[in-house]
Design a protein. Structure first.
Length: 347
């Protein structure tokens, strides 16, 4: 490992500190888990829907409270890398903003990025993990291998960051420190696209800085990325346009086979990026964009809530959303038979 990030650098609040996200009292019910006609569980949170003009069309719960975007911040991080002079196109751009499942095809892309800068897996500063893909994980077990940074769902992001460091002659050691030139550039991109200064910063699960934004600002930033064009006269928006194209054209890279983000991208043509602890962003071609936070941190209902909000607004046909529901693993089973489902329930 070449880099670590100290939590002390962020002045995090303790257990009784005042820093935090949406209060329970300011949330609304977004989804339910229904078993045999009985509502077994409820997911509360907040969600915002922006129109194609960027105006708030719908606000559910407190959409101005800060949230950590977690992996939904990856598009901004990828753009910062690209705007620093690193040419990322197609699958290379997609892996840089992915939360991949660690298949062979994913790790080949990560190794390809590292090789461009003369680096190896040993230079990755992300946490060693098992791959999320079960077949790949089983193969490693049979080989007697174990967790490694390359299998982290964030390894593509880290590889792209390292390439930017090498290309710009920035230090590799400490590349995750918030005072590193790359991290400062990422923060600038976040503020530029969202139009909001983060209210707090912390350390993401992979060790990279993460910055707290309101759902409204997060949606605004994602909408600007998703609607950017690779023909823009402005360099940073050209890069955003290349990234948006890469995501839509390589949905499999963003998550993996059978995973909600990849399904929504491939089947509906959306720009989609989920994040840990119940974060989801989704943007349609016309710029209508959803950002949401499920308060208990569970992502199982996040995709269907986001898609339902877009369908309500006419940004995506309801029939097309309904068609992919069986693939989103929303069924509730009893005795091996489907006897209910997870569904959006906001009003």
């Amino acid at each position: 490992m070449t880099s670590t990030t100290s939590s002390a650098a962020f002045g995090a609040a303790g257990p009784s500190g005042s820093a935090g996200t949406i209060e329970v009292i300011d949330s609304v019910e977004l989804a339910v888990v229904e078993r045999s006609g009985f509502i077994e569980s409820r997911h509360a949170g907040a969600a915002v829907l922006l129109g194609s003009d960027g105006a708030v069309l719908r606000a559910l719960g407190d959409v101005n409270a800060p949230v950590f975007p977690r992996s939904s911040m990856k598009p901004f991080q990828a753009i910062a890398v690209m705007a620093s002079g690193v040419v990322l196109r197609g699958e290379d751009a997609a892996i840089a903003t992915s939360s991949h499942s660690g298949t062979q095809k994913h790790t080949d892309l990560v190794r390809g990025l590292l090789a461009r800068a003369g680096l190896s897996e040993a230079d990755l500063g992300c946490t060693p993990t098992w791959p999320g893909d079960s077949a790949t994980r089983d193969g490693l077990v049979r080989q007697g291998a174990g967790p490694a940074p390359i299998y982290s769902d964030c390894s593509g992001k880290h590889a792209a960051m390292l390439v930017a460091c090498v290309q710009n002659h920035w230090p590799i050691v400490g590349y995750l420190d918030p005072e590193h030139p790359l991290q400062k550039r990422i923060l600038d991109v976040v503020e530029r696209f969202t139009g909001e200064r983060p209210t707090a910063s912390g350390v993401d699960g992979c060790g990279a800085p993460v910055h707290a934004l309101s759902l409204t600002a997060l949606a605004r930033g994602i909408a600007r990325i998703a609607t950017s064009k690779s023909t823009s006269p402005f360099a940073i928006y050209r890069e955003a346009g290349f990234l948006a194209e890469a995501v839509r054209e390589n949905g499999w890279v963003i998550a993996g086979p059978g995973l909600p983000d990849s399904i929504a991208i491939e089947r509906l043509g959306l720009f989609v990026k989920g994040g840990a602890e119940g974060i989801m962003v989704a943007s349609a071609d016309n710029g209508m964009t959803v950002a949401l936070k499920i308060l208990d941190g569970n992502l199982r209902a996040a995709t269907i809530v986001a898609l339902s909000l877009l369908a309500d607004a006419g940004a995506v046909p309801r029939s097309e959303v309904d068609a992919i529901i069986p693939e989103l693993k929303l069924a509730v089973f009893g005795g091996g038979q489907p006897i209910g489902q997870i569904r959006a329930s906001y009003v």
